[in-house]
Design a protein around this ligand. Structure first.
Ligand SMILES: [Fe+2]
Length: 305
């Protein structure tokens, strides 16, 4: 299988206007645990080895602050930064010791459409990783809105070494390891966050964890169902401050022999948006939440984590 310079999606940092409520939701209901606190930032881990998968920062309104990717140990971070700049990114922080608790080295860019990406190498990992039924193991993917999916897809391919796995009418699925996708780009009017997906051990866990959310007063926003591209089981929720988050499992594993299918092949029968067809149509308030969080304008100081 081909070697990817970036080996995985590690974590996402978000800003919340109600830090206490968000921390309660992600630790007591969603299934994460506090891994570290530094200043007013709360770093939360899943049950896998990643130091954290979600970082909560206080913020005036819900916002996406950065996406963190893990870089292969053999890759040169300086070279990766230079390549990103050649393809239109802005270097926000050259490779240096990481001041945050995930450790290792970090390099930060603003990609051409406004997202802040952190690249970590040699980041700290937990020794007690384990699968726990009904609890997230790690991130599965991040779905980012893009006003120009074709241009952004090219950036991922040319600057970051991702491979296009599938392309539906409005979405591009990109991989950097055997998971069918680590990043999904969704066509939208404005660039920003669509949703964050957390991997659970199996589809039974998706069902049981969804029940836990329902019990806690968070109804399923979309699902449960089984996606087309990636074949993963899904259940979407809207968190207490408006972020759309997904429980997912059974993501298709692919290798170099995978045949990319395009929009003409990813077509549902009328009325269907997933394989099972048991979920009601996605409600308007969920669609609105999936486009509500746009990148902070580049003129303002970046929240580089
Ligand atoms: Fe998703």
């Amino acid at each position: 299988m081909m070697q990817f310079p970036i080996t995985g999606l590690r974590s996402v940092s978000i800003g919340t206007p109600d830090l206490a409520r968000s921390e309660h939701f992600y630790t007591q209901i969603w299934g994460l645990a506090v891994a570290a606190r530094q200043g007013d930032v709360v770093y939360m881990r899943a049950s896998g080895s990643d130091h954290h998968v979600l970082a909560l920062h206080p913020s005036e309104s819900p916002e996406i602050l950065s996406v963190t990717f893990r870089v292969d140990a053999g890759e040169n971070l300086e070279a990766l930064a230079a390549k990103a700049v050649v393809h239109g990114a802005t270097l926000l922080a050259p490779p240096a010791d990481n001041p945050e608790p995930d450790g290792g080295m970090v390099m930060v860019i603003r990609e051409p459409q406004g997202g802040v990406f952190r690249f970590v190498q040699g980041d700290w990992q937990h020794a007690d990783a384990r699968e726990e039924r009904d609890r997230p193991l790690r991130l599965a993917h991040v779905n980012l809105n893009s006003a120009d999916v074709a241009a952004e897809t090219a950036f991922y391919q040319q600057a970051l070494g991702f491979v296009l796995t599938d392309r539906s009418k409005i979405m591009a699925f990109l991989r950097c390891n055997s998971d069918h996708h680590a990043v999904v780009l969704a066509e939208a009017k404005a660039n920003g966050l669509n949703h964050i997906a957390f991997l659970l051990p199996d589809w039974e866990s998706v069902m049981r964890a969804s029940g836990r959310l329902v019990d806690a007063g968070y109804p399923i926003a979309w699902g449960v169902g089984r996606h087309g591209p990636g074949d993963n089981v899904f259940a979407y929720f809207v968190d207490p401050v408006g972020f759309v988050v997904e429980f997912t499992a059974e993501v298709l594993q692919v290798d170099d022999s995978y045949r990319v299918r395009g929009p003409e092949e990813w077509i549902w029968p009328p009325g269907r948006t997933d394989h099972w067809g048991i979920a009601p149509p996605k409600a308007d308030h969920v669609k609105a939440a999936q486009t509500a969080i746009v990148y902070r304008p580049a003129a303002l100081p970046p929240g580089a984590s």
